[in-house]
Design a protein around this ligand. Structure first.
Ligand code: GDP
Length: 287
């Protein structure tokens, strides 16, 4: 998947969303539960103003439950915002979402006029899977191939709710370099300006800090290295990624770590906490 966010392309998506916003009662913002801050599209917050919004923390099966709970609490403390964690691959998860839509727009829905909900999300976050689960039929193509030019879609999902799919492709938090790394670590963006070794080193640094016990037991390391790069060397040694002369093939070790992290071999892992991201945002705003 090669994704480029061109200014023209971003401008078009912004214009189209602005145009339909006045017809919308509620926004369902699909986020990756492992990176709820980095997988937000920065434009949505400014366009929606006080319109009710549900932060749908999808892929919650891959995230750390305790940290997801912190994120839910964080989002719920924001005006007109609610949040739930789901695994969109399980259709029964959608009942909770439908109930929340009805609660947030109480004067529409079960009786009277239909609720008009806009669903938004950056590529690969699970927006199509969510749409299909809500509609209980295949409407949107899922997988790793984002459709770049897509016309506005209106979908009746029953329960007196009409879903509007966002046109165009939304971009993540590209202004924050840390977010770029975390999007790459989780596989949300596959082609990035970062080298694989750098992405894995970033992951290593974070895991050493946040999940030392998990990596210590997975890679059977007696004493963990003090930084991500040296930790990668330890992983490489454990897994026999060695060149002649005994030097570690860092690239191979990087691949092992990222694959095991993305495929849940290390168990559910969250890559960011509200506290971390609030501090980062202060830095981003300052620059
Ligand atoms: P979109 O680009 O936002 O429309 O993303 P898709 O719906 O195509 O999903 C991207 C990938 O994530 C697909 O391989 C889905 O099967 C997978 N996926 C979607 N939701 C979940 C979830 O809740 N848990 C897990 N583990 N995978 C999911």
């Amino acid at each position: 998947m090669a994704i480029n966010w061109y200014p023209g392309h971003m401008h078009k998506a912004q214009k189209e969303i602005k145009e339909i916003m006045s017809d919308i009662d509620l926004i369902i913002e699909v986020l990756d539960a492992r990176i709820p801050y980095s997988s937000e599209n920065p434009m949505i917050a400014s366009i929606r103003r006080d319109k009710p919004c549900i932060k749908l923390l999808n892929k919650s099966d891959l995230a750390d439950e305790a940290i997801t709970a912190l994120w839910i609490e964080h989002f719920k403390s924001t005006k007109n915002t609610d949040a739930i964690a789901v695994n969109a691959k399980k259709t029964d998860a959608m009942q909770k979402l439908i109930k929340l839509c009805q609660e947030l727009v109480p004067n529409k829905g079960s009786e009277g006029k239909p609720i008009r909900a806009l669903i938004a999300g950056i590529p690969n976050v699970g927006k199509s899977t969510t749409i299909n689960a809500l509609a209980q039929r295949t409407i949107a193509k899922t997988g790793n191939e984002p459709a770049v030019t897509k016309s506005q879609q209106k979908i009746n999902i029953g329960h007196n709710i009409t879903l509007f799919d966002t046109p165009g492709m939304l971009w993540p938090k590209i202004e924050n370099e840390n977010s770029g790394y975390r999007l790459a670590v989780t596989g949300a963006i596959k082609e990035t300006a970062f080298e694989l070794d750098d992405i894995a080193t970033y992951a290593g640094d974070y895991l050493l800090e946040a999940y030392p016990d998990v990596i210590q037991s997975r890679y059977e390391i007696e004493e963990l290295a003090p930084n991500g790069y040296e930790f990668l060397e330890q992983v490489g040694k454990r897994r026999g990624c060695l060149r002649s002369g005994g030097r570690v093939e860092i690239n191979k070790a990087a691949k092992i770590l990222l694959t095991e992290l993305r495929e849940m071999v290390l168990g559910p892992i969250s890559m960011e906490t509200p506290e971390m991201c609030i501090a980062e945002q202060v830095e981003v705003d300052r620059i």
